[in-house]
Write a protein that binds this ligand. Sequence first.
Ligand code: ZN
Length: 440
Amino acid sequence: MFYRNIFARNGIYLARRPAAIWAQSHSFGLHAGVSSRLVLSAFADGDVFAGCNWVVSKEEWKAMLTTLTARRLLTDNGEIEYPVLTIEDGRIVQIESSAPNGATGTLTAPFFDIHVHGARSYDFMAATLAEIAEVGRFLAGRGVGHYLPTTVTGPMDTTLRALESLANAIEEGQSGGFDEARAIPVGVHLEGPFVSHIKRGVHPAACILEPSVELFDRFQEVARGHIRLMTLAPELPHALELIEHATSRGVRVTMGHSNATSAETLEAIAAGASSSTHLFNAMRPLDHREPGILGAVLDREDVYAEAICDGVHVDPAIIRLWLKAKGEERAILVTDGMSATGMPDGTYMLGDFQVEVKNGVCLSEGTLAGSVLTMDKAVANLRRFTGSSLGVAVRLASRNPARMLGMEHLTDVKTGSAANFNLYDEAGNRAGSIFHGRRS
Ligand SMILES: [Zn+2]
């Protein structure tokens, strides 16, 4: 309460006189004798953060210790009441719990979207480095800290070019992140070309190929090892061989665009497949005598399953069934967002084909073609459809995908982790994000 009151006042003053902010934050003697420590409340004092962002240089900011407070902090190990987080150089150096005070709001891990094709009119099959950066800024504005840029089935030269561009973007982000609020691409999700003709959705039939270890190796070579997730149809010839090959090299395999029977799915799981791509969409429907891929994935406790929670791709009742079956540990929220995300209705590209977007529904020749869903909305929809707590909904969009990929460090909220958070107000609405200790 003490800090909040000081800085709510101070923030307004400083925002009006930006040149004074650095001197003020020093001379104020902010925190128990540490003259360079700036104490910020995560919520009431957003203007302080805004002021800091345009006045304090990167070097100055890094030298400062920042303290974040809130009503609660959600971590993998539960909830911390009245957390006080000390942040230095963009990382959490200490987490304490203080006595009850007037702090409000909830800090959570940022989102990790493992299935997204683009946004802001840019498609990852054709985007330049600058355009990928623009998508990253858009995603950060929706609470996404990390993502897997996702390909679609396309002509070979288009795919190879895309893999090379995405590898460049991933390596650009590997040096410890960006100096701005920008979601970091951490690996490629290869969706196609190893998909089923019968359940191809909008993936172009002419470019679909049989699974091939040799071709996968070529993709991975061009992507300089950055393919981390691959969607394939497990019933196709050589699929099991490719699943074993890819998983032995650290790539996760997710089953989708598939007409697999239950037996074929179980064989793929035995070979190493660990997840399922946009469950319910582009797969053999559930049948009580032939459970198919859907029945097998819902039944197997150790298999993860993505869902697109936009109310269009999957009915809310089916989202409830999916969450009941997969549980809080194996359900994964994805957006499957395409280039039209964050844009008005119109005609956009997904890979090499056109998609018409009308009232938020993306169709290509009458077939659903990705979404314009954003992860903050997916989390809000999940809560609305299922009555889940904020903690559970956020876990489905952060920890679960990270664990499936073996990248838990990306969504950890603990001492030593990057100071990345989403902020929720007391009503449960997302109020903003903090990346590298800075509010955006
Ligand atoms: Zn997709």
